[in-house]
Design a protein around this ligand. Structure first.
Ligand code: PLP
Length: 383
């Protein structure tokens, strides 16, 4: 850390929340209100021009042919798997170190989630482990772009194509992340996005999206998100209500043009943390996130690792710094999956990550004073 980065620290001691949406929403508040009022006045709350406009703009942003708005990231996963015909007797390979719904959605369709270990550097699915787990029952693999960095898509897609396995990108945390020339969600058979409010592009409630270049899948997903009806009250297949609200689409359309600036602010915060904590890593006290060559990490989360994670979290809490543990229990050890696929496998990298990870505040609008306080407190505790 530069000496002048430390100058203000004795003058102010602000609280640092893990996430504050105020700096993102304040400058666009008038436009957000207009968008909401516009939907209220239109009386079109389901489907309609806001949803169509949002899908068009998202397809363009992601560089895909089709974008289908849905009710949440979880429903994006479920409806995608339904469109692929995944169900009882099938296996779907998922990383064990991820948010619950990556595997929960597989289970809800009557298929079996097969848990895969991660690469300890990126926290993403290990392609060699994926290959080892493919069987005649495997229908799909779900690489998760955890924390905002794209998984090793080239080998994953090669392995899956060779074995006739579908690829569902769980890009819930990675909108706008890049893998060489491609965007997260544009490489697999489908990409699944969440607009949960804490995501880089967050709605004002729940919302999600499926991206794909496969017209047939896009049409099936459109059908399934609306009870499988080709016309009202005529149902070709059994689907569900997986529709996105017009209000959420309108809000997201206001926020989308500001998304790149938000990514850049998160990336700048990440660079500052790396500068301020690099020597702790050199001394073996923490491990910092690594952005691999050819990637653009969008830092939905900035996650460090330390063996003293719980003590560090308590210390930061006492200094009014918000942190979080994503995720404390890997999915193969969750109670609800206890009996579903025999005894839990041993996935040492997932288990170690669950003991060591700690997410720091990285939101756009984090001030330099707040950021420096986080760095200073981590140093006080560990150095
Ligand atoms: C990796 C991952 N997958 C899926 C989801 C599910 O998204 P949602 O909360 O919108 O249902 C999330 C949400 O946090 C997530 O982080």
């Amino acid at each position: 850390m530069q000496q002048d980065d430390l100058v203000h620290l004795t003058e102010e001691d602000p609280a640092v929340p893990l996430l504050d949406l105020e700096p993102v929403h304040r400058p666009i508040q008038a436009a957000l209100k207009d968008a909401v009022v516009g939907v209220v006045e239109s009386n079109r709350f389901i489907g309609g021009p806001e949803v169509e406009g949002f899908e068009r703009e998202m397809a363009q942003y992601l560089g895909v042919e089709h974008a289908v708005g849905v009710s949440s990231g979880t429903d994006a996963l479920i409806v995608s798997m339904m469109a692929m015909g995944i169900g009882p007797g099938h296996e779907v390979i998922v990383p064990s170190f991820t948010f619950f719904s990556t595997a929960g959605s597989v289970h809800r369709l009557g298929a079996v989630p097969i848990f895969c270990d991660i690469d300890p550097v990126t926290f993403n699915m290990d392609p060699a482990e994926l290959e080892r787990l493919i069987t005649a029952r495997t229908r799909a693999a779900v690489p998760v772009h955890l924390y905002g960095q794209v998984a090793e898509m080239k080998p994953i897609i090669e392995i899956c194509r060779k074995r006739g396995v579908r690829v569902i990108e769980d890009a819930a945390q990675a909108i706008g992340a890049q893998y060489y020339e491609s965007s997260a969600g544009s490489m697999g058979d489908v990409g699944c996005f969440s607009f949960f409010p804490s995501k880089n592009l967050g709605a004002m409630g729940d919302a999600g999206l499926v991206s794909t270049n496969d017209l047939e899948l896009a049409e099936k997903i459109r059908l399934l998100r609306d009870h499988g009806a080709t016309k009202r009250y005529y149902h070709d297949v059994v689907g569900g209500n997986f529709r996105i609200d017009a209000l959420q689409a309108a809000v997201l359309r206001v926020k989308l043009p500001h998304l790149e600036a938000c990514h850049e602010q998160r990336r700048a915060n990440a660079r500052a943390y790396v500068r301020g904590l690099a020597d702790l890593q050199e001394r073996g006290l923490i491990r910092l996130p690594v952005e691999l060559p050819g990637r653009r990490h969008i830092f939905n989360q900035f996650v460090i690792r330390t063996q003293r994670r719980d003590e560090l979290q308590d210390y930061l809490t006492s200094r009014r710094i918000g942190t979080a543990i994503y995720y404390p229990v890997p999915l193969h050890l969750q109670e609800c999956f206890r009996d579903s696929a025999g005894p839990p496998p041993s996935l040492p990298h997932c288990e170690q990550a669950a003991r060591e990870v700690l997410a720091l505040p990285v939101f756009p609008g984090l001030t330099q004073i707040q950021r420096d306080k986080v760095i200073r407190c981590i140093r006080e505790f560990l150095a």
